[in-house]
Every structure is written in structure tokens, then in C-alpha cells.
Write a new protein. Sequence first.
Length: 358
Amino acid sequence: MATLPLKIRRSKNTLIQMAAAVLIALAISYGVLVLTSSEPLTAFSKMLFSPFTNVRYLGNVLELMVPLAFTGISTALLFRSGLFNLGGEGIFYISGLLAAVLASRPMGGSPVHQTIVILSATIFGGLLACISGFFKAKYDANELVTSLMLNTIFFGIGFYLLKVKFRDLEVTGVASALFLDTARLPVIIPRTHVTTGILLLCAAVLVVWFVMSGTKLGYMIKMTGFNRDFAVYSGMSIFSLTLIVHFLSGSLAGMGAAVHLMSLFTRFTWSALPGYGFDGCLVAMLGKNSPLGSFVAAFVLAYLRTGADIMARSTDVPVEMVSIVEMVLVLMITADFLLKALNRRDALKSGAAAGGEA
């Protein structure tokens, strides 16, 4: 229990740092608006406050937050273990295709059908992630390279199957068959598309938080990310741990894809990678690789994007304005990680020098 106040202080510091980064990014964005817009104050207020003016707008925020949070927590798990893996993008796509295929086939009543669809996509995503994990654990292959290559492979296979095997020829364009009503998740907020999927997200956040904070597995993941050599010398099985982390990460991405599709779509229509896997990288870094932090970061990013969309429809500022905010956030996060890496390297050098003198 003595560590609880320390954990609370760390969470508080994470929230303060996140808030500071967002405020600085917003301040820079306002400066750009002053230089480019004829009504900067109106545009800025639209972006900041419009999502709270309407239930539908707030619903848009929550709808966008769900896939961002799933992929953010998925990526945060990998980053926390010291693995820079960006394979969530391809896993999100092809797991979503599996969910779509199962959702278009009768498989019992609503609870059963929904469970089959989400659970299948979850397990499938975890198994796919283990491909990159195996090459990292067995051959020490660079996980960034293999994950980016697998993104292209998964998309190519998935889009080929969609066009050749699962395409509905009765509709224009490339799309799957209609999802059955028994597979779609029920709406919990009227006049929106916010479904029970957000409850699954909250449950996933709590489970990951508990695993990371209160279990031996969580300690091993954090220790491996902090100092891989120390973890090896302590007797931890890096091979098993790498596969477990990849499976958990891929499972979250697969679950996020299924929940997103069963909440907002009636068919699978993705003819390109949706981008949520790469967005998850920003969410994870903004949330300091914490499940709770990633959840909050996903809400912030979804809120800003929704506000920017509303602003673009009612002022002379394009929706791409939010890209400036995201770019500034990326630069600040990168600088923070770079400074921490340099400080850690200096500390290790000092420790080695002190040991040599002794």
C-alpha cells in the first residue's frame, strides 16, 4: 500500500504533462489562426467548445474515441515493454474483415452472435501479432521493420479476399455483405452511434491497468522495457514474454476493429488502411504508455478532431487545422522521449565510470 501514493503522484504528473502539451499545441494553433483566418476567435471557440453543444456532436467524440483508445492501449503495451512495433494498423484491418465476414452470417441470437464476432476478431488479432513477436524473440529481427511489412501484407491479403471472396456484387463499389442485426452492438445513447462497445473499452482499460499495476506479468513487462539485459539476468523468459505482449497487443487491436465495425458500419467498405493503428502510436505516447493515460489521450484527440470538423463546416478554416495541433504534440512528445533517453544514457555512463574508479 505504500506504493499507492507514488502511483497517484505519477498519474497526476502524467495528466499535468498531457494537459501542458495540449495547451501549448492549442496556443500555437491559435497563433496560426490569427495569421490565416478572418475570424480566428470564432473558429478557435468552435473547435474548443462545439462538441459539448449537442448530444450528437458529443456522440461523435465518443464514437471516434473507441478505436483510438483500443489501438492506443494496444501500442502502449508494446512500447512499455521496449518494443517499437507499429503492426496494429494491418491487424486492425484484417481482423475487422474477419469480424465483417462472421457478422454477415447467421450464428444465433444477439448476445451469442456478438460474442462470436468480437471474440474471434480478438483472438485472430492476437495470433497475427505473434508473427512479428516470434521473429523478434527467436531471431531478434527488428520489430519496426517486420511490423510495417506485415501491415502491407495483411492489407493486401485482406483486400484481395474482400474483392474476390466476400464482395457483395449487388452493391456499387467494393463492400461486404450486410451485417446482420444480431451481430451489431446495441446503442446506449439515443441519437448517437455510441454502443455497448464503449463499455467493453472501459473493461479492457481496467483489465490492462490491473495487469500492468498489480501482477507479476505487468512487472515483467515494465522491467523488460526499462532494462532488457537486467530482465534476462533476472531469469525472465524474454521469448515467452515477447509473444505474450504481442498477443495481448494484437488482441486489443482486433477487438477494437470488431467493436468499431459493429457500432458504426453496416458493411465492411475499407478499401485502404483506416489509419487507427498509426493514430494509436500518438495516443500511446501522449498517454505516457499508460492504459488510463491512453484512454484520456484518445478522448482528447477525438475531441479535437470532432471540434475541427465542426469548425471547418461553419468557418473559413479547413479541417486540416487539427493536423497542426497533432504535429506540435508529436514534436513535444518526441523531444520528451529524446531528453529522457539522453538522461538515461548519461546516468549509465556515470554509473560505469564510478564503478571503474572503485
